[in-house]
Write a protein that binds this ligand. Sequence first.
Ligand SMILES: [Zn+2]
Length: 341
Amino acid sequence: MARSQLEYAFEATPADGTVAEIVPGLLWLRMPLPFVLDHVNLWALEDDDGWCLVDAGYDTEAIRGIWQELFAGPLAGRPVTRILATHMHPDHIGLAGWLLERCSAEFLTTQAEWLAARMLWLDDSDGLLEVYDRFYSRAGLEQAVVEELKQRRSAYRQAVTPVPPSFHRLHEGDVLTIGGRSWQVMIGQGHSPEHVSLYCRELGMLIAGDQVLPRISPNVSVWPSSPEADPLGEFLTSLPMFAPLPDDVLVLPSHGRPFRGLAERVAELVAHHDDRLDETLAACRRPATVRQVTTALFPRALDRHQTMFAVGETVAHLNRLVATGDIGRSLEKGVWRFSAD
Ligand SMILES: [Zn+2]
């Protein structure tokens, strides 16, 4: 994807664990992540009688320590009264349960995000292993790789503290009043089941979560539990929800720096997936396995964590092409083959 000319609102990303003020009453908290994607942005919004936190971070000792420093420093003097999770991924919801044990706050998210998070956190059943086995075997991966990926089923629990057993359910179009300002709930799909973004007309700001990111395209993957899903179709259907927002809206993304140019960025994401769909179709001129198409789309060497995401993204593009009728899928000797014939 061509590097876009987005206008960034800050010269640089603040250092891990530091706070930057976007406007009075809205703080940008940057937290380190132990991956190639090395940070996540969280937001603290001053409410009338406390803080409303948007996302909680991944469960690592480093982030727990940073939270404790923040509560003793920039966030001191006000209790946390609300914790809102944009979605169920560990870098966002991970420490919500841990934070909630330390304050009597309300937990807010959408129904599908809560259900998925709670289910993943609790599900330790062997049936899940069979589902992983079938999915990655049908993708044509070597058995040794399949076995390693099966071990990753507990990865969610390792990065997430107990998912809160109750929540305040957010709906599309809800308006939250936070510190006297109105924030409108916008629900997107594709990256996660019912992802929350928050728009404040008064500030001209969008807390975008992962629905739109400035430098990377949000991960859109098919997972073993729903192998025939079409999350890319859902993602592309969701993006126009941002079209009515003003051109100069300041986007506060979960990864990267705040930027202006939302419509341009949305167009880039659509173009990126169009290109990837073309590449996927080209890889299916002759019947191809998921593994073969993954190698065509991601030619560089991948570690296991990256392999899991690459396979998921590849199947998302394949399933989109199946949905549009451009390719067909068949199961031969336990392995899927996708073909444009
Ligand atoms: Zn994220």
